[in-house]
Design a protein. Structure first.
Length: 109
């Protein structure tokens, strides 16, 4: 855990859901900095899904970029958990950040 900056006792002070998610994540890492997307199976974390957000990274060629987009990258919400959607008052599943006015590149908030 040292590369993540956590002390061995840090898990003791985390809420149960965070501890469960962190343990799942750690188990998938297998010595890497983070797991690959193919390693993450939402079916393995059913109890955590209401609080999970998964994003796809979209690499764009210069010819595909929208005006104002940043560094040829965008992100698409692959999965937005029901609790996250309820707190956000909106379910962004399937939407790109560039298509959401308050999340688009160049916005301050």
């Amino acid at each position: 855990m040292s590369e993540l900056g956590l002390s061995p006792d840090a898990l003791l002070f985390m809420p149960l859901r965070i501890r469960q998610g962190f343990s799942y994540w750690q188990g998938l890492r297998r010595g890497r900095l983070m797991p690959a997307r193919r390693d993450v199976d939402p079916l393995d974390i059913g109890a955590l899904l209401p609080n999970v957000v998964l994003l796809d990274v979209i690499h764009q060629l210069a010819s595909e970029q929208d005006q104002g987009s940043s560094a040829g990258l965008d992100f698409r919400f692959r999965l937005v958990g029901t609790d996250v959607a309820a707190r956000s008052a909106r379910d962004y599943t399937g939407r790109r950040l560039a298509d959401i006015p308050h999340m688009a590149p160049g916005t301050l908030f």
